[in-house]
Design a protein around this ligand. Structure first.
Ligand SMILES: [Zn+2]
Length: 325
């Protein structure tokens, strides 16, 4: 049984796993992302996962963006010591294996497609709604990465051309309506104050954590009108982005993951209602929205799939003239 090495790199954690051709994980490990010497930590993690196991034939990496696939470099927003860091080359040197790289949200989409719906549909949109909003497209069974690896940035699709400026340079991006911090920001500005949890009652107000998306979701679930309105507003923005993406690409399925998706019905119910309202053509109305099945494992699975489809083919090229780069 041969394996590939899958790596998932984010601002919070580094993960690595040996994964077979069916998507089964042989062994895996995770460490918190250190503030300094991130590559040193990654190298130790990879060495530990690979030690004494079957030698992998290729490496797939999903990394937080921005990244540049043309140069194989990454500049993750939350890993400040990596700017134009030559990640693909460094991992290739470390492992001596063919190494492929993609964005973490692209890997999320690819992983959900591979292990969740490859037999049902060739084309889907994966969305990660969290501190920001990331996304990835699988079209005709293959990830759509784009020349520099930035395809699928659906969080920065404009849903309101007259909306507020976004840090990306555009206006009215869906992220400014529907990411966790922006849901909270809008709710606070419109009169929401988090209900103290019974668990916190002995700790006093000073000990309470700052308001976050999980607290907003909990208050929405118990019927707080402003919390509900925040999710309603975010869900409408997501629906506008989804129907536009579906109209452009004819994806048939959308999988939503990330921390905000844990809000459950307070997000997904208004999302379905907004889809009913905004979707026009029959092929857009037919789009099916699902919650992520794999959760945090999806990006790692997608990195493995990437290695199987691209890295492993360069590991064992067919006989005959070819570019064995
Ligand atoms: Zn933006």
């Amino acid at each position: 049984m041969t394996h590939v090495l899958a790596i998932d790199i984010g601002g919070t954690k580094l993960a690595a796993a040996l994964v077979d051709r069916a998507g089964t994980v042989l062994r895996s490990a995770t460490v918190p992302t250190p503030r300094e010497d991130v590559f040193g930590a990654l190298a130790r993690l990879v060495t530990g996962v690979v030690a004494d196991g079957p030698a992998p034939v290729a490496v797939g990496i999903g990394c937080a963006g921005p990244l540049n696939l043309a140069s194989g470099t990454v500049s993750p927003v939350n890993i400040t010591t990596w700017r134009d860091f030559p990640l693909r080359e460094r991992v290739r040197e470390l492992t001596g294996l063919p190494t492929v790289l993609a964005g973490d949200a692209q890997c999320f989409a690819l992983g959900e497609h591979w292990l969740g719906m490859a037999e049902e549909s060739p084309s889907m949109l994966g969305i990660v709604v969290s501190t920001g909003i990331g996304g990835g497209l699988v079209i005709g069974g293959a990830p759509l990465l784009g020349p520099t690896g930035n395809a699928g940035h659906v969080g920065h699709m404009t849903v309101n051309p007259d909306g507020d400026p976004c840090p990306c340079g555009s206006r009215g991006c869906v992220e400014s309506y529907a990411s966790g911090p922006n849901l909270v920001r809008w709710a606070l500005a419109n009169g929401w104050t988090p209900n103290p949890s019974p668990d916190d009652s002995t700790a006093g107000p000073e000990a309470s954590r700052s308001p976050d998306g999980a607290m907003l979701a909990k208050d929405a679930a118990s019927g707080h009108p402003v919390a509900l309105a925040a999710f309603e507003r975010g869900a409408r923005a997501l629906a506008a982005m989804i129907v536009s993406t579906a109209a452009a690409t004819e994806v048939t399925h959308v999988v939503i993951g990330g921390g905000v998706a844990n809000a459950g019905p307070v997000l997904f119910d208004p999302l379905e209602r907004a889809m009913d309202e905004l979707a026009g053509f029959a092929f857009v109305r037919a789009v099916e929205i699902r919650r992520s099945k794999l959760g945090v494992q999806a990006a790692l699975a997608g990195a493995a799939k990437l290695a199987w489809s691209r890295g492993a083919t360069t590991a064992a090229p067919p006989p005959g003239p070819h570019d064995a780069r």
